[in-house]
Design a protein around this ligand. Sequence first.
Ligand code: NAG
Length: 120
Amino acid sequence: MKFISQSALVVVATMFGAAQANWGYAFLEGTPGITTESCGVDCGRTQYRVALPTPLANPAKCCSAVTIAYNGINLQGTYTDICTSCPTVNHGVDGNITLSAALYDQLQADTPFVTWNVNN
Ligand SMILES: *[C@@H]1O[C@H](CO)[C@@H](O)[C@H](O)[C@H]1NC(C)=O
């Protein structure tokens, strides 16, 4: 019985917990040619800012947590900005993002190709 309920929990987690992974290159916030603007809400002071591509920039998700994964490194930031120069590809699912230095520096790579998710 215990085994069954644990399995059921795993299925629920797979269906609802694991949001769809998006991919794209991560740029350092302020990189020349990469433009951003506020997602519309003051999310409070945070060093861990993420700018998402324009078509994905759902204002309702402004200030949501964003997870970023690269090369075994998992980070969490806040969706504070829209990357206005980051069009999405793959029918609006994927696209490049920007990270503030406090996040970007932890990836220890030059414009790494990351996967990212916006949490609800
Ligand atoms: C994302 O960034 C990569 C690396 O600089 C670039 O080649 C690509 O064109 C960018 N994609 C979009 C959709 O802007």
